[in-house]
Design a protein. Structure first.
Length: 331
């Protein structure tokens, strides 16, 4: 059962263009906080009514909303979290939610983006995915008293996801912009670790869960540039591989870690996510057998995905960036 979080920015005006002789973007936000905007209240939260109405539209199309709030980003970042559904329904809901939000924003004369990192030195947009497994109507990951109340089955599932995390990134974070979000300092996941208290970990077990039936963990790297069907099935196959091969995340050195491992005083070895899309594609090239279980991913599909993504990388690598003019034009 999957429960996605949608993070996005609302801007009052956006302009951008890329040509042979010019490249620029310009963003104007309808609000600005001088501290983090997380759960900001009215009247400072300018878009509370927008989210209210958008959530009504989502519900009308069968996408059940859990809650919404202002996110941490100081210039109009929002979050809408939806209820749990099966994998295929979740993929459909993600596509439907983006379609509704884009169209409703246009109707209101606003601009929204799910782009992972639309602004320099501002929080990025993730699409965190909460999920758990059920068996005969009961939560198959729950065991009271274990770390995070997650049992052995759940730990093996976590182990598989973290072990295959670098290859997974080719589907969970499939844009060059994705890796501008995955940097320290903005509550973004950067490490292939799990724990209850560290938002820089790829997997977080929410502390606030009191209902055994909703015991779960959250995979934090994904963003909304992902194809939701490829993304979720790849995550599921990684977890299944962990269960089949009994990949213990503790023995593999993935945690649990609740300390701030980004502090210079932390000396234990940490496994990190890829630093860019090219590294993610390299990881996929050497670690893809787990995706072929049951014939779900084929060599042809994987080859085509890598080809498309390499074309994107080539386009970005050969296009001068406006900031490069500031850095190098007069050297």
């Amino acid at each position: 059962m999957w429960g996605p979080e949608f993070e996005f920015y609302i801007f009052s005006k956006v302009e951008y263009d890329t040509r042979t002789e010019s490249s620029f973007y310009r963003i104007e936000s309808g609000e600005e906080f001088y501290k983090k905007g997380y759960h900001a209240a009215n009247p400072f939260d300018e878009f509370d009514d927008f989210r209210d109405e958008a959530c009504k539209l989502l519900r009308a199309q069968g996408v059940e909303v859990k809650y919404h709030h202002h996110e941490v980003g100081e210039k109009g970042q929002q979050e809408i979290e939806t209820y749990f559904s099966d994998l295929l329904t979740t993929g459909d809901n993600i596509v439907t939610a983006k379609y509704i939000l884009f169209n409703y924003a246009k109707q209101k004369g606003l601009n929204i983006t799910f782009m992972p990192k639309p602004m320099f030195q501002q929080a990025g947009n993730g699409m965190h995915l909460h999920f758990y497994l059920t068996k005969k109507g009961k939560n198959a990951f729950y065991k009271k008293g274990e770390y995070g109340n997650i049992n052995e089955l759940g730990r093996y599932f976590i182990g598989g996801m973290l072990k295959h995390g670098p290859a997974l990134a080719a589907f969970t974070n499939p844009s060059t912009n994705s890796y501008k979000r995955l940097v320290p300092g903005f509550e973004a996941p950067v490490a292939l670790t799990y724990g209850q208290g560290n938002r820089a970990s790829a997997i977080r077990i929410p502390k606030y869960i009191s209902n055994p039936d909703e015991t779960r963990f959250e995979y934090r790297p994904p963003d909304a540039t992902a194809n939701p069907y490829y993304c979720t099935i790849a995550m599921l196959l990684a977890g299944i591989d962990g269960v089949v091969n009994k990949i213990d995340p503790v023995k593999e050195g993935y945690g649990p870690i609740d300390k701030n491992f980004l502090d210079p005083s932390y000396t234990e070895k940490i496994h990190f996510l890829p630093r860019n899309l090219e590294e993610a594609l390299d990881a996929l090239a050497v670690d893809n057998d787990f995706l072929k279980r049951g014939g779900i991913f084929t060599d042809e599909l994987l080859d085509q995905w890598v080809k498309i993504k390499n074309e994107e990388i080539h386009s970005i690598n050969t296009m001068p960036h406006p900031f490069e003019f500031k850095m190098y034009f007069n050297l």
